[in-house]
Design a protein around this ligand. Structure first.
Ligand code: SF4
Length: 230
């Protein structure tokens, strides 16, 4: 459910499209398989860091078989700088085995099949389906989408799953994919995690979290008397 004083989702999309023309993904990739791997690596890591690692990684590991044949230690070393490398290595090798055994070595093209792969949730699946296959099957809710949705009043929930449900109910389906990259663009440039720049924001007159209107940050919650980011 949106807040009663939310900025309308139609205005959010229209205004963001007037400001930004983002790519389908900020990650660097050439094949659906590369995008899948890059998206998994981007969990708790910046896109910039992933884009530094993947050119070399994709030269070494071209197919799912390459990740399975390599030793765990070798893969861990090659993705180490993307963080949580042990879990990511485990998930990547496991999903590569499944791609080989069940999908002929190819990335599947349905939400149900994608989320059956290790380490792939709705966020990763939505990104891959939209950016690689042009399908609008979900709205990827990362930290930027979560923060902007709360600040703009588009959702009163705090978990990505519930925020996605709220957004899907309001956003026209043909905009599900682009909403993610539009919100990331605005979240990086203006509506940043700390020190949001409301004075320079296109939504400052209507946003229920606008500093220029003396509003509190709706992307925070009170824990033990202290406001913390959601
Ligand atoms: S007015 Fe402030 S809080 Fe609202 S979207 Fe803009 S930068 Fe974010």
């Amino acid at each position: 459910m949106p807040r009663r004083n939310a900025v309308s989702v139609h205005r959010v999309i229209q205004d963001l499209e007037s400001l930004y023309d983002p790519p389908r993904s900020f990650l660097t990739w050439e094949t659906p398989f590369e995008l899948l791997i890059a998206t998994i690596l981007s969990a708790r890591c910046t896109d910039a860091q992933v884009n530094k690692v993947t050119p070399g990684l994709f030269r070494t590991y071209r197919t799912p078989e390459d990740y399975v044949k390599a030793s765990v230690a070798a893969v861990e070393k090659d993705i180490h700088s993307c963080g949580t490398f042990r879990m990511k290595t485990k998930n990547i090798r496991s999903l590569c085995r499944k791609l080989i055994e069940e999908f002929g070595g190819k990335v599947p093209q349905t939400m149900q099949e994608l989320v059956s792969l290790s380490g792939v949730g709705r966020k990763t699946a939505s990104i891959v389906l939209y950016a690689a296959f042009g399908q609008q099957e979900g709205i990827a809710v990362d930290t930027h989408v979560q923060r902007l949705s709360l600040r703009l009043g588009l959702s009163m929930h705090q978990t990505p799953e519930k925020i996605e449900r709220d957004l899907m109910a309001q956003v026209p389906r043909e905009k599900w994919g682009v909403l993610n990259t539009l919100m990331i663009s605005h979240g990086r440039a203006v509506c940043t995690g700390r020190n949001r720049k409301c004075g320079a924001c296109i939504f400052k007159d209507a946003c229920p979290s606008s500093l220029t209107r003396g509003k509190r940050d709706l992307a925070t919650k009170r824990v033990d008397g202290v406001w913390q980011s959601v």
